[in-house]
Design a protein around this ligand. Structure first.
Ligand code: HEM
Length: 401
């Protein structure tokens, strides 16, 4: 008889995080050889001090040419001043005001996708709506063909859906090994994006790729190779997390029918409900930094070189900040959830993700009088140590009359 290990669930991750927290808000993990930062103020302190906590994790990444190429424009892994310069090239495209202009297109895509499932009372949410919607929106912004989304899906699966990672093994070693295995995917992604950039160069359009081709940093144009990481970061970060948020919202509403009924009655509650979903089922549970010097966080001294993991899933359940943190409550008077990070790397796409979630969920509530998770088919959760996300979410739907 072969014993297969049960797939880890969000509850397992939260139990593990609370066990870590019972030792303190900032604790050293001998096995992982890293520091877990669990408290809200402590995680925010790490994320708001890029001088002491670097995002450049070169040391932890495979020393391999495909990764090195991708890293040249991947500004989430950069520190100031380079980070500020590169982020500045695209930040104007994602302000709440600019993003608000996308509302009609997001509604149109949502309706078209749901029209594609018209007449069906059993619909798999991720395949029909939660995956295609954000990927179509971000691909159109970048000027990349949205019809290639099966390819982007495969890339995202490789990076964010690895099953072989759990706290019984070294998260760092497992992460590095998995990344090494992902090298062919990185190579494929680099080649795809490079070809796209080269084509665009001869055919500029009103999209972000063209803006990056024309942009200057310190008086110099970006090399095609630098634009690769830029586009890859925006393309991947720009869809998979929003897919997660849509699936996570439906799960939270299924578990809290009272909240769903309130939002259905008053769609003005949706933005607060989405913030609570992000707190309760935080898509990226953990971030990573490296200490550049000896530093103190709270009561704890961290040595230079320490690998530090701010667990935003734990910070979002810190009872010093959130009353009854394990209760889903769309009426929290304050909800300083950290799902989008904090400080200089605060998610550039937060306004877009919030808008997509609000529009898509609003339209679903309008079109369907009843939305419930199908009981006779499995819901597939991703590995929560990597991403809190559902890969498959079959729903039973009753259309509104
Ligand atoms: C950064 C989460 C949607 C693009 C981040 C970070 C988090 C995050 C936690 C900080 C990483 C760090 O500090 O190391 C999320 C969540 C989303 C979402 C939960 C959806 C609910 C998006 C979208 C885009 C996007 C739609 C597309 C534009 C980025 C970029 C960065 C980033 C480019 C890097 C920012 C920087 O380093 O300055 N995101 N994200 N994200 N996100 Fe998002």
């Amino acid at each position: 008889m072969t014993l297969t290990k049960k797939a880890p669930t969000l509850a397992d991750l939260l139990d593990w995080l609370e066990r870590q927290r019972s030792r303190g808000q900032v604790v050293y993990d001998e096995k992982q050889r890293c520091w877990h930062v669990l408290g809200h103020s402590e995680a925010a302190a790490v994320l708001s001090d890029p001088g002491a906590f670097s995002s450049d994790l070169q040391e932890l990444m495979p020393q391999q040419e495909d990764f090195a190429l991708f890293q040249r424009g991947n500004f989430v892994r950069m520190d100031p001043p380079r980070h500020r310069k590169l982020r500045g090239l695209v930040s104007q495209a994602f302000t709440p005001r600019v993003v608000a202009g996308l509302e009609p297109r997001i509604a149109q895509v949502t309706n078209e996708l749901l029209d594609g499932a018209a007449g069906q009372t059993r619909v798999e949410l991720i395949d029909k709506l939660a995956y295609p919607l954000p990927v179509i929106v971000i691909a159109e912004l970048l000027g990349i063909p949205a019809s290639d989304r099966p390819v982007f899906h495969r890339w995202a699966e490789t990076f964010f859906n690895r099953q072989n990672i759990d706290p019984d093994q070294s998260l760092l070693a497992a992460g590095k090994e998995a990344m090494e295995n992902a090298a062919p995917t990185v190579r494929e992604m680099n080649a795809y994006l490079l070809e796209h950039i080269r084509n665009r160069r001869g055919n500029l359009a009103d999209d972000l790729t063209s803006k990056l081709i024309l942009a200057e940093v310190d008086g110099e144009r970006l090399a095609d190779e630098e634009i690769i990481g830029f586009l890859g970061l925006l393309l991947l970060a720009g869809h998979i997390t929003t897919t997660a948020t849509l699936g996570n919202s439906v799960l939270c509403f299924e578990e809290n029918p009272g909240a769903a009924a309130e939002v259905r009655k008053d769609p003005g509650l949706l933005p607060d409900a989405i913030e609570e979903v992000l707190r309760f089922r935080t898509p990226f549970p953990r971030l990573a930094r490296v200490a550049t010097r000896d530093t103190r966080i709270g009561e704890v001294d961290l040595p230079a070189g320490a690998v530090v993991m701010p667990w935003i899933a734990a910070a979002n359940r810190d009872e010093r900040v959130f009353t009854e943190p394990n209760r889903f409550d769309i009426h929290r008077p304050r909800n300083p959830q950290l799902a989008f990070g904090h400080g200089i790397h605060f998610c550039i796409g937060a306004p877009l993700a919030r808008l997509e979630a609000r529009i898509a969920l609003g339209i679903m509530f309008q079109r369907y009088a009843d939305i419930s998770v199908a009981l006779d088919e499995p819901v597939e959760e991703a590995n929560p140590w990597l991403m809190v996300n559902v890969n498959r979410l079959p729903l039973d739907l009753r259309p509104s009359r």
